[in-house]
Structures are given as structure tokens and as C-alpha cells.
Unconditional design. Structure first.
Length: 529
């Protein structure tokens, strides 16, 4: 008898936050999964900084094996940085196991012709265009269950407004319930003949990034008026998922469930320094002039910059980049809308919303520049022989890296007076061999770095928070439960071990997958029962 396995990815789920809710008796289904089966902590390592966790799951490949280190690619010929969809084959396309997927990010369904389901239905950072097999599936879902109720909140921005935080929380709670009802229908009725089911719950991700300040007493924005509504909204997503998981598990008593997330969540320490401050610092270092007019923002009693209740972060930041930049941004946006209309789909890979992208026209004249980044700061050297208009000779590469590290390490947080940089990591690969998604240096920031103060280049910011939560938490986790799974806790494993474990549970041979299976440690001695 063949085992059936359902992978449920809990995108943005933080195990520490969940443990507190479990201890309070608010997540009985998650507690049962945790206690009744095999639990293991997952270490994602530096791979979490790529922003490609779900590509790691969908393809079963590490950054090294996939040859992809960031969601943002840089073209050294044109000095253009773009966010591209996944280019790698989903791991179910490499096995002959009947598979159904529901809204799995970075899963290129078009390249997996035997897999049924839908991707980019309502995922946070989908990494692929919407694709369904059969093609009618999206319309079927809309007719049966209605449209996704939290579309405007997938990338919600709510910390300046308690009312918006309240609306976002309610919408995401409703969305979780709808997502699980659709999943139950797909796996039980629409496509019942699967052996591998994969679904991802993205509402944790949306909620954590927008509302983390509500559950973190140490967050600089925890005293904002939106904090209580944010706490209710975020915790409500966990409770809604718990109720829905109980229904789903009862519907499939014969299935082995694998609940997992590759890493935990925490306060966002990267948006302001990586998207805004580092690009301006390197610009000033190159030209000894200012592009970002930080100005003065209203602040709280600790000096943390604030926005008005109706103010948008992106619009506010664009307003500080000067009239010329704003005009170019409006013209480019109009051009992209026109081209998108003519092409029949939007063009949204240029990252024009991110302040870092507006330094792009200067990159060819700079010795080094900050690439657009969603996580830690990423510095690219303008290297002769690699970049089309390289200004740094290979013989000077190490000296330039030394100077750049000194440049960022001397910066201090103008709010606290403390150092701004936690660490600087240099790429160990030969500089001339770096790929389009690689940076020469990665800057890891200390908490709440909202401004940079440099002894000679002046002070940049402080600027307001964008996302209050980010991918800065502790280890991830996997909880395995169902027939044949033993009760116990395993030592910490690599996050890349989840996919080979699932393949082993399915008895599906597959070469070229990253990581090592721990299925033998999770199975009871008498095997599948």
C-alpha cells in the first residue's frame, strides 16, 4: 500500500510565537501535531537571506545547487536589476507520483505537465505567473468559493493606522478559512487520486510583515495605536489556521502530514538600511553629493520616525528623492503600464517602487553600489572584466572591499548612537565568476537601523519603517504526523532536508536534490501501518 503525504507549508509562521499561543491553550490542533508525531527544528543558514525559501522547497535545491543567490538579478552589461520568476524545475516534475498543488510559491506548474492544481492564486511573493491545470480551475474556484477576500492586504501596510490594521486582520482571518476550504475540496473532491499534496498558507507571511509590532513588546513601534489591532490580527491568523487544520486532518486520517516552515520571523531590521540608506551612502561616497533629502519626520518619544495615518511609505520615500527622480519614476511607470496593457499583462519586475532602484542610472560611474534588496544590504563592485563599464581593477578588488567594509562599519545609528552594522560578509567565490544573482558583499544590520551617521558623509535618515516584521527569527520547524510516524524529537536538521524526507516517505527516487532525508528517524519501527 502506497503512503500518501500532504506537505503544508506555513509561510511566515513563527514557531516561538506559536509556542506562546499553544501554552495559552489557543492552538489545540497545532499542539496535537507537535506532540503526537515527530518534531524537528530546521536551520536555513545564510540561505534565508536569498529571499527564495519557497523556491528552495518547490525545486528541492539549495542556492549552490540552483546557482541562484537572490530574487534580484543584475545584468553587468546593462546595469539593470530586475526581480525574475523562478527558472528551475519543480521537484514533483522529476518523479512519477500523482501530485496536486495549491498556491505553492515559486512552483513552475507549466514545467510540471503531470501535476494538477493552481499556483499564484493568492500567494505572498508567488515567484511565478498564475497557472492552472486544468485551465478552468481558477474560474471553478471563484464560482464555488468567491474571490480571495484579502487581495489588498497581501502586502498590507498598516502600522500608522489602527483602523487599517483591524481591517487587515479580519480579511486575513477570512482568507485563511477560505484557503483551507478550497484545499479540502481540491484534495478530497476535485483531484482525489493524489499521493503527494502540497499547499502553502501565505497569510502568516502577510500578517507577520505588516503587524509584527503588535506581538513584539521590544519593537520600536509597539506603542503605536495600531499595535493592539495588529496583535489581534496576527494571532487571529494562527487561530483561524488551527481550526482549519483540525478539519483538514480529520478529512484525511490516512495521510501523513508534514507541516513546516524553513525559518522563523522577527522584527524587520533590513528594509530601511538596505532599500534606502545603503544606496545613498554609497552614492555620497562616490560623488560627495546628496540624492536623498532625508528632511525631518515627526517622531515618537524615542526619536523613531512616524507617518501620518493616511500616508504611504513608498510615496513618502519617493517624495524625498528629489523632483527629477520623481518625474522619471512617473514617466517610467506610465511606460510600463502602456507596455503591460499592450502585452496583456503587467510588467512589474523593475522594482521601481524601491528607492534603491533609483540610483541605477549612476551605477556605471560608481566603484560600488547597493543592489535593490529585500533583506540584508547587497553591495556589487563595478569590476573591470565583469561589469561592462567596470571601474575597479581586479588587482584592487580586495583593497576596495576593505575600504567599503570600513565605510559601513564606521556608521552609527543616529537614534541610539550605537554601531549600525552587525557583520559584513564577503563572497568567497572568485570575483570574476560571480553570477547575476550574487553580490560581492552582504551587510547584516543591527536592530532598528533607521538611519546612518557617517563622520564625513553626514547623516542619512532616520526614515520610517516599511514592514515591521521580517525574516529575522530563529530556526524553522517540521512537524510530521499520521500513520506510521513515531512520536519524538529529532536533532536540528538542515532546512533542505524536508524535500528529500518527503521523497523517502513516498518511496520516490530522485537524484540531484539538495539535503538528506530524515524519514528513517521519523518512521515507527514497524513502518507504514
Amino acid at each position: 500500500m502506497h503512503r500518501r503525504v500532504m506537505m503544508i507549508g506555513l509561510d511566515g509562521f513563527d514557531p516561538l510565537l506559536a509556542e506562546g499561543l499553544i501554552a495559552a491553550g489557543r492552538l489545540p490542533a497545532f499542539k496535537r501535531f507537535r506532540d503526537a508525531g515527530t518534531t524537528v527544528a530546521l536551520e536555513h543558514g545564510s540561505a534565508r537571506r536569498t529571499g527564495l525559501a519557497w523556491e528552495h522547497v518547490s525545486t528541492g535545491l539549495s542556492p549552490e545547487d540552483a546557482n541562484r543567490w537572490s530574487a534580484v538579478d543584475f545584468d553587468p552589461r546593462t546595469y539593470r536589476a530586475v526581480q525574475l520568476p523562478t527558472r528551475n524545475l519543480p521537484f514533483p516534475a522529476r518523479i512519477h507520483v500523482p501530485t496536486v498543488v495549491f498556491d505553492v510559491p515559486y512552483f513552475d506548474l507549466a514545467r510540471a505537465p503531470e501535476v494538477r492544481g493552481i499556483v499564484n492564486w493568492a500567494a505572498h511573493d508567488p515567484g511565478v505567473a498564475q497557472t492552472a491545470r486544468p485551465e478552468s480551475l481558477a474560474d471553478e474556484i471563484d464560482r464555488r468559493f468567491g474571490v480571495y477576500p484579502a487581495r489588498e492586504w497581501i502586502y498590507g501596510f498598516v502600522w500608522p493606522s489602527a483602523a487599517r490594521a483591524e481591517r487587515m486582520g479580519r480579511a486575513l482571518n477570512e482568507a485563511v478559512d477560505q484557503r483551507f476550504r478550497i484545499a479540502e475540496w481540491m484534495f478530497a473532491e476535485r483531484f482525489p487520486d493524489w499521493r503527494l499534496g502540497i499547499m502553502v498558507v501565505s497569510e502568516f507571511h502577510s500578517a507577520a510583515e505588516a503587524m509584527w509590532h503588535g506581538v513584539d513588546p521590544g519593537h520600536p513601534l509597539h506603542e503605536q495605536a495600531s499595535s493592539e489591532a495588529a496583535r489581534r490580527g496576527l494571532e487571529g491568523v494562527y487561530e483561524a489556521a488551527d481550526r482549519a487544520l483540525e478539519r483538514l486532518s480529520q478529512r484525511f486520517p490516512d495521510v501523513v502530514f508534514v507541516l513546516f516552515n524553513l525559518h522563523g520571523m522577527g522584527a524587520n531590521d533590513s528594509d530601511a538600511p538596505s532599500m534606502v540608506l545603503l544606496p545613498e551612502l554609497l552614492f555620497r561616497h562616490s560623488f560627495r553629493r546628496v540624492l536623498l533629502d532625508g528632511g525631518r519626520w515627526p517622531t515618537d518619544r524615542f526619536g523613531v520616525p512616524l507617518l501620518r495615518e493616511d500616508e504611504d511609505w513608498h510615496a513618502a520615500m519617493m517624495g524625498r528623492l528629489g523632483l527629477g527622480v520623481r518625474l522619471r519614476h512617473l514617466l517610467a511607470a506610465a511606460r510600463d503600464r502602456l507596455l503591460g496593457h499592450l502585452a496583456g499583462s503587467p510588467i512589474d519586475h523593475e522594482l521601481r517602487w524601491m528607492p534603491a532602484s533609483h540610483y541605477q542610472r549612476f551605477w556605471s560611474r560608481m566603484p560600488a553600489f547597493a543592489l535593490p534588496a529585500f533583506y540584508d544590504g547587497r553591495i556589487r563592485i563595478n569590476l573591470a572584466g565583469r561589469e561592462a563599464q567596470g571601474r575597479v581593477q581586479p588587482k584592487d578588488y580586495d583593497a576596495v572591499c576593505d575600504a567599503l567594509e570600513a565605510l559601513v562599519r564606521v556608521c552609527r545609528n543616529p537614534i541610539t548612537g550605537e554601531e549600525s552594522v552587525a557583520s559584513v560578509e564577503r563572497n568567497a567565490r572568485p570575483p570574476l565568476a560571480l553570477q547575476a544573482s550574487e553580490a560581492d558583499m552582504v551587510v547584516v544590520w543591527k536592530p532598528a537601523t533607521l538611519g546612518l551617521s557617517h563622520p564625513t558623509l553626514g547623516t542619512i535618515g532616520p526614515v520610517p519603517y516599511r514592514r515591521t516584521g521580517g525574516h529575522a527569527g530563529g530556526p524553522g520547524f517540521a512537524w510530521l504526523g499520521g500513520p506510521g510516524i513515531r512520536k519524538g524529537r529529532l536533532p536540528v536538521r538542515s532546512a533542505f532536508d524536508v524535500v528529500p524526507t518527503v521523497l523517502d516517505l513516498l518511496d520516490a527516487g530522485c537524484t540531484g536534490i539538495s539535503g538528506r532525508s530524515f524519514a528513517a528517524d521519523a518512521l515507527a519501527s514497524n513502518g507504514f501501518a
